[in-house]
Design a protein around this ligand. Sequence first.
Ligand SMILES: *Cc1c(COP(=O)(O)O)cnc(C)c1O
Length: 362
Amino acid sequence: MSRIGSLARANVQALTPYQSARRLGGNGDVWLNANEYPQSVPFTLSQQTLNRYPECQPVQVIERYAAYAGLSREQVLVSRGADEGIELLMRAFCEPGQDAVLFCPPTYGMYSVSAETIGIEYRTVPAIDGWQLNLPAIRAALEGVRLVYVCSPNNPTANLVNPQDIRQLLEMTRDKALVVVDEAYIEFCPQATLSSWLAEWPQLVILRTLSKAFALAGLRCGFTLANPEVIALLMKVIAPYPLSTPVADIAAQALSTEGIALMRQHVAELNASREWLIAQLRNCRCVSQVFPSETNYILVRFSHSAEIFKRLWDQGIILRDQNTQPGLAGCLRISIGTRSECERLMDALTTLSTSPTFQEQA
Ligand SMILES: *Cc1c(COP(=O)(O)O)cnc(C)c1O
C-alpha cells in the first residue's frame, strides 16, 4: 500500500464523492435515474477551428442565453454545467475554514460535495411541510453564511419553493449572503422563474443548465444568472477556457430559435407523459404516495421500496433510490422517459403488485 493517500487534504480523504447515476452503474435498458431527456437530439459540429483556443465566454452562447432568459449579456456566465456554477460561487464568496453555506435537505447532493471538497462548512436546515423553507430556522443559522442554495423546483421532491418565502429569505440576507436559486428544471414550469427578480435583488443568483429540458446532459453546459458585479467576480475564478469549442458550437445551436422551439415541444410531451404516469402510479397497489411534480421526474413512496427497486433493476429498469435522504424513507425517484418506457415501467409495477410480497399496503 502506498502512502500517497495520506498526502491528500484531510477533507478530501474524508470525502464521500457524489453518487452520480453513472457511478452507481446498473445494466439497464430503461434509464430513469438521472433526469435526462430520454432521446438524443441530433446536432452536428459546424466549427473547424480546433487548433485555436476557445473563447472564455463564447459571445453567441452568451447572447442567445441572455435573450432566452430576458436578461442582458453582463448578467450571464456560461460554465461546464450548473455544477461548475455551484462551485465557482463557493470559490468566489467563501473563505475555507471560516465562511459557511446553507441549504435545505432533502435536496440536490452537489451543494454538500462541493463545500466538502473546498473545505467550507455547510449547514443544513431541513425543509418543512411540503418541502418548503423553514425561515425562522434559516434566520437563526445565518451567522457566517455567505451562500444559501435553494433548489426550485427541488430535486428530488419535484416541488416549487414558495416565491413569497424566497422573497423573505432575500430580505433577511440583504448585504449578508447571496441567495442561489437552482432552476435546473425551470423549463418544465417556466412561469415560475425568478429571473425577473434579478433587477430588484443584487444578491440573487440563478443557476440553469442545458442538461435537462434541452436534452444535453452529455454536453456539460450550464449558466449562472446574476447581477453584473457577481458575474465579474465569478469571471475572476473561472478557468481560462471552461468550454471546449464543440460545446460552445452545439450550445449555440440549442439556443437558436429552432433549438428553443424543439426544447419546448419536448417539454410539452414529457409533461403529458408525467401526468399519464402520475395517474397510473396512483392506481398501483404497491405505491403508497405519489408527490405532485413540476419537473421531468416524480417522487414516489412505495410500500416495499427496496424490493421494488431491486426487482425493477433486475429487469433493466433503473430508478433512483432516495431512501437515505431525510424524510424520504421508502421513496424512489422516477425520471420521465419516452412514453413506451413509462408503459414498460407500469407493466412491470403492475405485475409486481400482484405478487404476494407486495400485496399489503404500507
Ligand atoms: C442536474 C442538476 C444540476 C446539474 O446540472 P449540470 O448542468 O448537468 O451540471 C444542478 N442542479 C440540479 C438541481 C440538478 O438536478
